[in-house]
Ligand binder design. Structure first.
Ligand code: PHE
Length: 468
């Protein structure tokens, strides 16, 4: 792609990051896509859902979902974006018009916008937990704390709607600020330094975990599959989490794909992003489970897991308050870049459809999302016994926060992915796909068949098992 055509694609796609100057577009893409993919999903969610679903067998199914469902769909999404060269809704419009397909396919974009909105509402609350832990660790209050003490700090946070609201507001404001000003290019460049730093700190915590004497227990928990521990709903959670962690099923990768120059291999690029994302998640697991076992904690402790384990590690290691604060700062950055990618689709949609300018649409979207987030804040304390759909066995005991998470990760994202797989696998011409992907004949056939047959069937089967 030449400078001018890539600049044209940039402006057509709104104010997504510009890849100019010495930044090759492939690199910019990898930064942006990794920034979106690596976030709370890897460090906060992966360990706790693994713990709740019994470990090894869950991890194995999750890895299979990444490779056989997530990766092919990521390639499909990136491909639509590059072929359309515009924002997701416009790319879909262009492709459906050019290939004379039913315009209803554009609903994939609309559904994605809605899903992203719901996810961001609770993502911001958890982002807020991470911000508050920067202070908790930096203050040095963790040194020598027992696991009970650390558990109390965490339950104290959850019990306090005011503090939760404060940090939820701060996180959302950070996201709105960047989206409104369209300055994400700067942040994404910072990711180039911050992500490796996060990686190094994770490796450090894994190093600490090795000294706890329970490392092999942690490794066994993560990697020794025992299928007796995995329920059918666990399989759905693994599938849903594969979509969540790779930011799939809501057109985000389509938006980023519009920046990818024609001569870059979509397959290789998608593989790099998926591998990096998976490595970060597995490292988080390796860091956390040995600490869980060494301290007699419960692997299935739920969403608080990392906030009850990592502080123990930082409380015990030399310079722990420094490294702990640094770790949570980096986690906030990882969550920030993901949060931005969650708000962006709605802002773009408001600009396109309602003709609002960028600042106004960012503020409107952010405030609406923030307001929905209040329900998640309250479901951690005042409404913690309120299970709106509790009379259905499937939703028993699920608070609003749990329901929003379940609805998005386990239903809307896989559904979005399923539609992308069917659209690309069955409705776009094989010739066009071959041109766009320019892979070896074998690689292409593998991808195409997986996308046409395996992915839709796998998602459908998991759905049917769980929803009936
Ligand atoms: N992938 C991000 C994470 O793992 C979360 C996210 C989901 C971001 C969906 C964008 C879209 O934290």
């Amino acid at each position: 792609m030449t400078e001018s055509s890539s600049a044209a694609a940039d402006s057509a796609a709104g104010s997504l990051p510009a890849n100019r100057g010495r930044w090759s577009s492939r690199f910019a893409f990898i930064l942006a896509a990794t920034g979106s993919a690596v976030g709370l999903g890897n460090i906060w969610k992966f360990p706790y859902v693994t713990g709740e679903n019994g470990g090894g067998a869950f991890v194995l199914v999750y890895l299979m979902c990444i490779a056989a469902v997530g990766l092919p769909i990521m390639m499909a999404e990136v491909m639509i974006g590059r072929r359309g060269g515009r924002s997701p809704v416009n790319s879909m419009r262009l492709i459906t018009e050019r290939d004379r397909l039913n315009p209803a396919w554009r609903l994939i974009g609309v559904m994605g916008v809605l899903t992203a909105f719901i996810i961001l509402s609770f993502y911001s609350v958890i982002g807020g937990w991470a911000i508050s832990y920067v202070g908790v660790t930096a203050s040095g209050g963790l040194a020598g704390q027992s696991s009970e003490g650390i558990g109390e700090i965490f339950s104290g946070l959850l019990a306090d709607p005011g503090t939760l609201m404060l940090w939820h507001t701060v996180f959302m404001a950070m996201v709105v600020l960047v989206v409104a000003r369209g300055v994400r290019a700067g942040l994404e460049r910072a990711v180039k330094i911050l992500m490796p730093a996060l990686f190094v700190l994770l490796v450090m915590v894994v190093g600490y975990a090795m000294t706890t004497g329970h490392f092999s227990e942690g490794v066994a928990f993560l990697f020794e599959p025992n299928f007796a521990n995995l329920s059918t709903s666990g399989v759905l959670v693994a599938l849903g989490h594969a979509f969540f962690t790779l930011s799939l099923g809501m057109a985000i990768m389509m938006a980023y794909g519009s920046y990818l120059p024609k001569n870059v291999s979509i397959a290789k690029t998608a593989i790099s992003v998926s591998v990096m994302d998976t490595v970060v998640a597995l490292l988080a697991g390796l860091a956390i489970f040995p600490i869980v076992f060494a301290n007699g904690l419960e692997p299935g402790a739920g969403p608080g897991l990392i906030f009850q384990t990592l502080p123990l590690a930082f409380g015990q290691m030399p310079m722990g308050s420094f490294f702990g604060a640094l770790f949570f700062i980096l986690l906030v950055f990882a969550a920030w870049t993901s949060g931005i990618s969650l708000l962006e689709p709605l802002v773009e949609w408001l600009e396109e459809q309602k003709g609002m300018n960028r600042t106004i649409s960012s503020v409107v979207a952010g405030v609406a999302c923030w307001a929905l987030g209040i329900a998640s804040v309250l479901s951690l304390n005042l409404w913690s016994d309120f299970a709106p759909l509790g009379s259905f066995a499937m939703f028993e005991g699920k608070t609003i926060f749990d329901l929003l998470d379940f609805l998005t990760a386990n239903i809307l994202l896989p559904l979005g992915g399923l539609l992308v797989a069917i659209f690309v696998g069955w409705f776009l011409s094989r010739q066009a796909l071959e041109n766009e992907l320019s892979m070896s004949a074998r690689g292409f056939a593998l991808w195409h068949n997986v996308l046409r047959y395996f992915t839709p069937v796998a998602v459908a089967v998991v759905f049917i098992y769980n929803l009936t």
